[in-house]
Design a protein around this ligand. Structure first.
Ligand SMILES: [Fe+2]
Length: 271
């Protein structure tokens, strides 16, 4: 096993992993250590990686099977399991707090981003620890959230979604608002404010207002790791117990290109 070193990056979440070259095959003991590290630290950073698309896809499969992304117009033509995050594609940075692809029955265990072109300033990615957010809620609100579920579909504010993707991924999917992490065993708050059409038993308006209020109250600097990108970084985000957001505070005349892969996880459940 390679000499894998784990260095925390923030008191609440995030760790840098050294001693792993993602361009090379990953042995089983290292895979197990990485899966455990992700469950414990919720965001992992690998620096100075140099990867072809195929090497990247192979490496991140240690976190789960890569799954199709539903805004397929942004996927790599040759390797459609890799999505391009690139404003010159007409994409807007996802600046609201969210977790990815909640409209799937088995949403991603992790989102993985690889920094291919990085602007000279700004354009970071923030990750919030929703396990800590859950624990910081008053007990009666924790109990209330544990009884609630959301119904999820494609984002209502995306106008360029292909009909094929709408047909495949637009059906309502119900998820608990608190889920138990399948590896760690802890609970975390889980929802996507623009993919959730509503909370069961509530109007869409009341649902959105409650989710917005929750985000305002829960996401505080103490539970946020901010990743300032360097070219060659690979950032792995545990989608089961975090939310993340992009920062659009960079010069649009510069290029910012991230390759995104999502890997399939379990069906969310509260136990
Ligand atoms: Fe995202």
């Amino acid at each position: 096993m390679a000499a894998l070193q784990i260095t925390p990056l923030h008191p609440s979440l995030g760790a840098e992993i050294a001693g792993v070259d993602l361009s090379r095959p990953i042995e089983e003991p290292t895979r197990e250590a990485l899966v455990r590290a992700l469950a414990d630290h919720l965001a992992l950073v690998f620096r100075d990686q140099s990867l072809t698309p195929a090497q990247y896809l192979s490496a991140v499969s240690v976190f789960g099977p890569p799954m199709e992304q539903h805004y397929s117009q942004h996927n790599m033509p040759d390797l459609p399991l890799i999505g391009l995050i690139w404003h010159r594609n007409g994409q807007r940075p996802a600046e609201r707090w969210h977790t990815d692809h909640t409209n799937r029955e088995r949403p991603p265990a992790a989102t993985i981003l690889y920094g291919v072109e990085i602007p000279s300033a700004g354009g970071g990615t923030s990750v919030a620890n929703m396990r800590a957010a859950y624990l910081a809620l008053p007990p009666d609100e924790r109990r209330r959230l544990e009884s609630l579920t959301t119904f999820n579909s494609l984002d209502s504010d995306h106008t360029d979604t292909r009909q094929d993707d709408r047909d495949k991924y637009g059906k309502p999917i119900e998820h608990p608002m608190v889920r138990t992490h399948p590896v760690h065993g802890s609970r975390a708050v889980y929802f996507h404010i623009t993919k959730a059409t509503h909370i069961a038993g509530m109007t869409p308006e009341a649902s959105k207002a409650y989710m917005a209020d929750l985000l305002d109250r829960m996401i505080r600097p103490e539970i946020v790791y901010h990743h300032a990108w360097r070219k060659g970084d690979v950032l792995v985000i545990d989608d089961r117990a975090t939310m993340h957001r992009a920062h659009g505070d960079y010069d649009r005349s510069q290029s910012r290109v991230l390759w995104r892969i999502i890997v399939e996880g379990d069906r969310p459940r509260l136990v």
